[in-house]
Design a protein around this ligand. Structure first.
Ligand code: AMP
Length: 397
């Protein structure tokens, strides 16, 4: 069975076509900078040359079309006909209170995904566009939604309950849900296997650092805390999201700028983070280039991002009363050695020592700490696609 996995992020679309009989990737790729200047598709068919298409992509529908063209391309394609794809698995951000597991997509599921737009304003709309683009392009083939919120369901109440009047939890299910669950599940599992950690007792911190960024604390393979909340807005400073701010800021901006709460939340989601602070870009590569060229605000944004990550790691060491391993993953976590080093520079009190040579490696599973480091630090490329494909096969069969 060939499964197409679509992972529509806020400004990216990652895809893999996986032959699940052999678990081999037939083709994979990424559309980057969707909706911003300089959009491109990088298509990597196994055993063939790569294809790079630089073309404006106003939204995720345009991106899905380009992906289909690449998969069917006479030279760079890996299938002759769309019917060679038997199922599609979608990473879907928020299942609200409705879903604690994966599900085959029908009109009801789409309605719930739409109902949860408020809870995942950057991703749920992109997920739905991806689902509807597949329906338009691929007809009736089964599609599965794998929710980002599922892995974090093991959090204890002391971690997920906000200190608000309890009735809001009872009436509206307002609580911390957490996101990037498929990634935190996969990476913490790989960290345990690859790092030869105790599967029952190990204390692992997963730092998923991409355009969206979150951290989780995982004890014995089960999530006990995570940085994102009711929505993905809480926690770390991100590409365009503010992460933690005093909630009173919302009222203050609303009053000063004569804006509604919705408008201010839109600013916190889409115009804040390293983009808002630097005024340069939400993309860390642009940010680093600007900081290296002497742009002070770009440097302030980068330093603030690193500082927040280090503080969260410290708080999760306290929450777990120790830590055996820290695993870096996602775009920045997998590729940016300078960011990993800067974070670990805050953590020498834990006896952490990075091997500077190993820390130069990009996008490979590798232990980047020295043999004498008291905590194992690893880079674990996330493989949400394989995890989603496995869920999809399970449901479709
Ligand atoms: P993601 O959301 O996981 O796709 O990650 C996107 C973020 O990772 C962007 O801010 C990129 O700048 C950063 N990123 C992706 N690839 C690289 C790379 N090769 N080097 C440095 N940063 C990267």
């Amino acid at each position: 069975m060939n499964v197409l996995v679509l992972n529509c992020g806020s400004s990216s679309l990652k895809y893999q076509l996986i032959d699940m009989n052999t678990k081999s990737v037939l083709a994979k790729g990424i559309c980057e900078k969707i909706g911003i200047e300089g959009a491109s598709l990088t298509h990597k068919p196994t055993g063939k040359d790569n294809l790079v298409v630089t073309e404006p992509m106003p939204d995720h529908k345009a991106a899905v079309k380009l992906v289909m063209n690449a998969l069917l391309d006479a030279k760079y394609g890996v299938i002759n006909n769309i019917s060679e794809i038997q199922a599609v698995g979608h990473r879907v951000l928020h299942g609200g209170k409705y879903y604690s597991g994966s599900i085959i997509i029908n009109d009801d599921v789409k309605r719930v995904i739409r109902e949860c737009f408020d809870l995942g304003p950057l991703h749920n709309p992109a997920n739905l566009i991806g689902i509807e683009a597949c329906e338009a392009l691929m007809g009736n083939i089964p599609q599965v939604a794998v929710f980002d919120t599922a892995f974090h369901q093991t959090m204890p109440v002391k971690a997920y309950l906000y200190a608000l009047p309890y009735e809001y939890y009872e009436k509206y299910a307002i609580r911390k849900y957490g996101f990037h669950g498929t990634s935190h599940w996969y990476v913490s599992g790989r960290a345990i296997d690859f790092g030869k950690l105790d599967p029952e007792k190990s204390k692992v911190i997963v730092a998923h650092l991409g355009n969206g960024a979150s951290i989780s604390a995982v004890v014995g393979g089960k999530c006990v805390d995570t940085s994102m909340g009711l929505t993905p807005l809480e926690g770390l400073i991100m590409g365009t999201r503010s992460g933690d701010v005093d909630p009173a800021v919302v009222q203050y901006i609303a009053n000063k700028e004569q804006k509604s709460v919705d408008e201010v939340l839109n600013i916190l989601n889409k115009k804040s983070g390293v983009l808002g602070v630097s005024g340069v870009s939400s993309d860390f590569r642009d940010l680093e280039a600007a900081a290296n060229a002497g742009n002070e605000r770009a440097q302030i944004a980068f330093d603030g991002f690193i500082y927040r990550v280090a503080k969260y790691i410290g708080s999760y060491v306290a929450a777990m009363n120790g830590v055996d391993a820290i695993a870096f993953t996602a775009g920045l976590g997998e590729n940016n050695g300078a960011a990993r080093q800067a974070i670990c520079d805050y953590l020498t009190y834990l006896g952490i020592e990075l091997d500077t040579e190993k820390n130069k490696i990009r996008g490979e599973e590798v232990v980047i700490s020295t043999a004498s480091s008291k905590v194992k630090v690893m880079v674990i490329p996330t493989n949400e696609e394989l995890a989603i494909a496995m869920e999809t096969v399970k449901l479709v069969k």
